[in-house]
Design a protein around this ligand. Structure first.
Ligand SMILES: NC(=O)C1=CN([C@@H]2O[C@H](COP(=O)(O)OP(=O)(O)OC[C@H]3O[C@@H](n4cnc5c(N)ncnc54)[C@H](O)[C@@H]3O)[C@@H](O)[C@H]2O)C=CC1
Ligand SMILES: O=C([O-])C1=[NH+]CCC1
Length: 249
């Protein structure tokens, strides 16, 4: 995932591997190579795992800030891996949830994460139980077929759809995609790579950047989906923060 931004003074690339069958080690591994944007000289080789986890969750948190309907009380997570953990951390920086619910296709994963999070968190056996009346839902699974259905979602909820990053995979059922107002990180990426968009043929209302810039409306009262695929600029900006902190010129 290469990025060049003259404005941000960034020239970098991330290489990320995805081995969904991994059991005892992470399913995603990444490195980020940062170059001087003026001379092309290599500056740093960074571990990309933590940056991928944190920048993806930070992006969802920003989308939630703009799209959530009022003050959210209930957060539901579908999935209990790396992104589930980073999403809880990022969302809890912005919001105080009264209740957090976790569903995972292997129940023990949900139980383990619920214990890590603590008192206000419960593991759920069914997706419908986890998302009932939830204000914010995060889908962070490696599912190839939909796990979240329209009938289970409270009207006006906000969904961060983070998994299913392939054109033939989807986490959200087509009826839900079509009835929600859909925001994406990148239109260009979403129409080529997101099965949730491609298979459902849902209309993309806006990029989240357009909402932040004030050129497209945040439809907070409606059910909203932020479909995230991940963008190289997120890695570039995050890498720049790291190398600046380390004092690397
Ligand atoms: N939008 C973005 O920028 C990014 C998206 N991702 C995507 O987010 C998702 C989660 O990533 P990680 O947390 O790093 O992976 P992970 O491997 O740590 O967690 C995946 C979770 O999905 C569950 N799972 C596995 N197979 C499943 C199935 N068939 N049905 C339902 N659940 C299943 C696992 O039990 C686990 O809880 C993946 O789809 C990944 O490709 C990851 C990084 C960035
Ligand atoms: O942006 C990213 O790094 C990824 N998106 C899907 C898997 C990894």
């Amino acid at each position: 995932m290469p990025v060049y931004s003259r404005e941000d003074d960034i020239l970098a690339t991330k290489i990320v591997s995805f081995f969904p069958q991994n059991k005892d080690v992470s399913t995603h591994h990444a490195v980020i190579l940062v170059f001087c944007a003026h001379t092309g000289i290599p500056k740093a080789l960074l571990d990309g795992d933590v940056i991928t986890a944190k920048r993806t969750a930070a992006t969802s948190a920003v989308a939630t800030k703009y799209l959530v309907n009022g003050k959210p009380d209930v957060l539901a997570l579908l999935g209990s891996g790396v992104q589930a953990r980073s999403h809880v951390a990022a969302l809890c920086e912005l919001f105080t949830f009264k209740e957090i619910r976790i569903w995972n296709h292997r129940f023990d994963g949900a139980v383990k994460l619920a214990k890590e999070i603590g008192l206000n968190c419960a593991a759920c056996r069914d997706v419908s139980e986890a998302v009932k009346n939830a204000d914010v839902i995060v889908t962070v699974t490696s599912a190839k077929d939909p796990v979240l259905r329209l009938d289970w979602v409270k009207p006006g909820a906000h969904i961060n759809a983070v998994g299913a990053c392939r054109p033939d995979w989807s986490e959200i059922d087509a009826d839900l995609m079509k009835s929600a107002v859909v925001y994406v990180d990148s239109r260009e990426g979403a129409i080529k790579e997101s099965g949730d968009i491609i298979l459902s043929q849902a209309e993309i209302y806006a990029e989240i950047g357009e909402v932040i810039l004030g050129t497209r409306e945040a439809m907070r009262k409606k059910t909203t989906v932020f479909k995230s695929l991940g963008m190289a600029i997120e890695d570039g900006i995050a890498a720049k923060l790291v190398i600046n902190k380390l004092g690397i010129q």
